[in-house]
Design a protein around this ligand. Sequence first.
Ligand code: NAP
Length: 329
Amino acid sequence: MRRTLAVVLLALPTAAGKTVALTGATGRLGRIAVQKLSQRGFSTRLLVRHNIEGVTPSIEADAPPAAIAAYLAKLPGVTVVKGDVTDTASVVTLLEGCEACLALHGARRTRKLQDLLPWVDPTTDPQHAKRVNYDGVRHLLAAAKASGTCKRIVRITGKGETPWSLFSILINTMGSLAKAWNYEGECLLRSDRRVDYTIIRPGIMVAGMEALDEGTALGLADNGGDLKVSKIPHASIAELAIECLAYPNAARSTLCAMAVPTEEGASSYAPLLAKVKPDTREFAPTLLAQHLLAVRVGGTALAALATGMASALVVAVVNIFRALMRLFV
Ligand SMILES: NC(=O)c1ccc[n+]([C@@H]2O[C@H](COP(=O)([O-])OP(=O)(O)OC[C@H]3O[C@@H](n4cnc5c(N)ncnc54)[C@H](OP(=O)(O)O)[C@@H]3O)[C@@H](O)[C@H]2O)c1
C-alpha cells in the first residue's frame, strides 16, 4: 500500500516550467483538459480555429466554440495560436517551445450524399477525416520533429482496429471514415522513432457524464489490448491524457481506456499507468483497404435493410387501409 502511494506521488505530473500544446481545445474533451492543465500550472498553447477578438467568453456546454476558446484563453498560463491542424504553418507555431502535444482534435464531418458520386473526391473537403485525423497528425509529427523540444504526442483515437465490427461500420459510414483515418494516424505515430507517442483509445465519452457509473472503475489495457466498450466521462480521459506525460513507461504505448467492473480496475489512473509497458505487438501497418471494403459491404447491407423495411411499412399501411375500406365501405 505504502509503495503504491509512493509510486502515485512520484508519478503525479509536475508542471514546473512545462509547456504543452493542445489541439481540439474547444471540444468536449479538450476544454476539460485545458482547465486541468491550467489548474496544475502548465503553460498551455492551444490551436484554435476561431476568431476570439471581442467574443463573450463562456464555458456553458452549449456555448459556441469561439466563446469556449475565449473563456479558455483567459485561464492562467494559456496562450491561443490561431490555426488549423490541416495548416502546417500554424501547427509549427503551435509546437514552438512545447515539450509535449495533446492531440485531442477529431473530424466532425458527416457523410454527404454527393460523396456517393463517382467523380466526387470527398477527401478534398478540409473537414474530411483524412485531412483532420490523418493529415493533422502527420503535420503535428513533422512539427514536433522540427521543434527539437516536443518529445511526446498523446493522441486520442478510439476502437477502430476491427473494421468489420458494426460500430466501426456505422461510424465510418456516417462520419466520413473517421475510425479508418484515426487508425492510419496511429500508424504514422508508431512508425516514427524520433517522437514518442501515447495513443489512447477511449470508450464512449457521453456528454454531461460527470462520474463513472456505480459499480465501475477505471480500466486500462496496454499493447493495443482490448476491453469491452463502455461509457466513460470526458474528465477521466482528460486526466489520463495529462497524467500519462509523467510516465516514461507510457511512451510508445497504445492504451485502451474503458470503465470496468470495480474489482478489475482502480479509482485513479496512477496505479494503472505505473504498470503500462511500451507496445511490443505487431500492429497492421494499414487497415484502410479493409475499412473501405467493410463500409461498402456493411453500408450496402444497411441500405438494403432500411429500404426493405421502408417497403414493408408501405405494404403494411396499404393493407391496413384496404382492410378498413372493406369494413366501412
Ligand atoms: N466522443 C466519444 O465518444 C469519442 C470516443 C472515442 C474517441 N473520440 C475521439 O476523441 C476526440 C475528442 O472528443 P470530443 O468529444 O472532445 O470531440 P468534439 O467535441 O467533437 O471536439 C472535436 C474538436 O476537434 C477540433 N477540430 C476539428 N477539426 C479541426 C481542425 N481541422 N483543426 C483543428 N481542430 C479541429 C474541433 O474544433 P472546432 O471547435 O473548431 O470545430 C473540436 O475542438 C474526438 O474527435 C474523437 O476523435 C471520441
